[in-house]
Write a protein that binds this ligand. Sequence first.
Ligand code: NAD
Length: 295
Amino acid sequence: MRIGFIGLGIMGRPMARNLLKAGYTLKVYTHKRETVEELVREGAQPGTSGADVAADSDVVILMLPNSPNVKDAVLGENGVLDGAKKGMILVDMSSINPIVSREICARMEEKGCDMLDAPVSGGEPKAIDGTLAIMAGGKREVFERVREILEVMGSSVTWCGEIGAGNTTKLANQIIVAANIAAVSEALVLGKKAGVRPEVIYQAIRGGLAGSTVMDAKAPMMMDGDFRPGFRINLHIKDLNNALETGHSVGAPLPLTAEIMEMMQWLNAAGYAAEDHSSLVKYYEFLSGTDVRRQ
Ligand code: NAD
């Protein structure tokens, strides 16, 4: 099966590399030419546009920032839709608004193509290891046809329902991660102000009910003051925005998400947009006039 890959950023690059290592023929395209050249040195073929990649591929994978980028790459001039042949499968692994996934799928189907939305969770380390959690939406039989490809990039691959279900599941993931980071921040700052070292709190509770993968990943970063991304605040703002829009459109109020969105807006205004989302702790540190760094 010939695969096209569009969007070679923090996530897309290692995911494309894993497909190359698994022996797939890959044609790649991204806005940055140097990145295309880097992948070409590793065995990929260079693409010149979305249309060019689609014309030579049975399956086209996208890993782009947000809905407007996906619309541009698929429906824009020289986009995937222009080059796609009947029967091609588009697998959009970007985290975007599920409403937009459904719009784009309808356009692909008009041309006799299929589409899955298949966003991921796990971040760069799991993209490198090929152990992402992948949550897919679209026709079940289309999902089964590309399952093998998805399993090269992820260790957990779940079909969640019809088109848009992958991104709806990802939004649920992002709400839980954001709320968890906010709760860890609030709790560690309380400990510091009340005279118990954040490290002691973390070690004491991580094995109990409050323990979580999020806490294990983010509490040490907060205490080390290491806010290199990881997952950037501005991408999490994008996800919470998509969650709020989706929630409003289906009649599901999201009060907690709205509150955390405003905390992230503060971080954005304060110049922390490019930092890891664990820098949410800085909002609490600002409110309380302390910090949770290890002494
Ligand atoms: P990134 O900004 O590092 O990479 C995006 C790439 O897409 C860039 O190389 C950019 O040049 C390219 N691009 C943008 N528009 C394009 C277009 N129209 N045509 C071709 N190329 C285009 O982003 P990332 O961190 O790799 O994230 C990609 C997606 O994965 C996002 O939706 C993000 O929310 C999601 N995600 C990221 C992480 C993470 O930890 N970084 C984890 C899980 C999910």
